[in-house]
Design a protein around this ligand. Structure first.
Ligand SMILES: [Zn+2]
Length: 221
């Protein structure tokens, strides 16, 4: 119910905005014009088109700083070979990155380390208008811009399920598969966080396309 509960408080001459409502944790967000520019360029490129498993949706976020202009609901990847459950809500630039990761990294790794084709990716989170790590007063998460995907498990065509929580330190084949999938994601996304990062990520991989001005702009942990 953001339309009724947003209470934006202007701080520091409009540089910082604190948003929230009684039901939701508040967060800090900065004006970031690059997001709209990047999304519009992606949409105009024509590289991301609706398919039976990729549906364009109405804009997200209403009057708040969250959301995306024209997000997509991604119910599958790799030509529909791999299901995403539940479907992920993602902004345009995330779609090609997720597609490349699934086709070039995850599918080959499933065959190589687990001996079976990949059937499904378990989506733990995608769009969510909330602060980082759900901590009150933290910066708005990339999830708030539909610019992030959390994956908790992978299911193979033979029914086997490999989840991040038990597999990261579990069966050697699952460990090898999950590390290959995590490492490979670092070539497609600017942020990749897994169980080695902190306890909050012990049961999922967080993938996003955040922009950073420090270091090489990438975090891979
Ligand atoms: Zn996440």
């Amino acid at each position: 119910m953001w339309r009724s509960c947003v209470i934006g408080i202007l701080m520091a001459a409009g540089v910082l905005l604190a948003w929230g409502c009684s039901q939701s944790p508040q967060f800090i967000a900065r004006p970031e014009p690059w997001r709209a520019v990047e999304e519009q360029a992606c949409l105009a490129s024509g590289h991301v088109r609706s398919t039976p498993y990729l549906q364009a949706r109405a804009s997200l976020g209403g009057p708040s700083v969250c959301g995306a202009h024209q997000p997509f609901e991604m119910a599958g990847a790799a030509g529909g070979r791999v299901a995403f459950r539940p479907a992920a809500m993602l902004r345009c630039p995330m779609i090609p990155a997720v597609e490349r990761w699934v086709e070039r990294i995850v599918e080959p790794a499933a065959r190589r380390y687990l001996g079976a084709p990949l059937a499904e990716v378990k989506v733990a989170a995608s769009y969510s208008c909330r602060p980082m790590n759900n901590q009150w007063g933290a910066r708005l998460s990339e999830h708030g811009h539909a610019n992030a995907l959390d994956v908790s498990a992978f299911i193979l065509t033979d029914g086997r399920k490999v989840d991040v929580l038990s597999g990261w330190w579990g069966d050697p084949r699952e460990r090898a598969f999950l590390r290959a999938v995590h490492h490979g994601a670092c070539g497609e996304f600017t942020t990749v966080l897994g169980p080695d990062y902190d306890r909050l990520h012990r049961d999922h991989f967080h993938l996003d396309l955040a922009r950073r001005v420090y270091g090489n702009g990438r975090v891979c942990k």
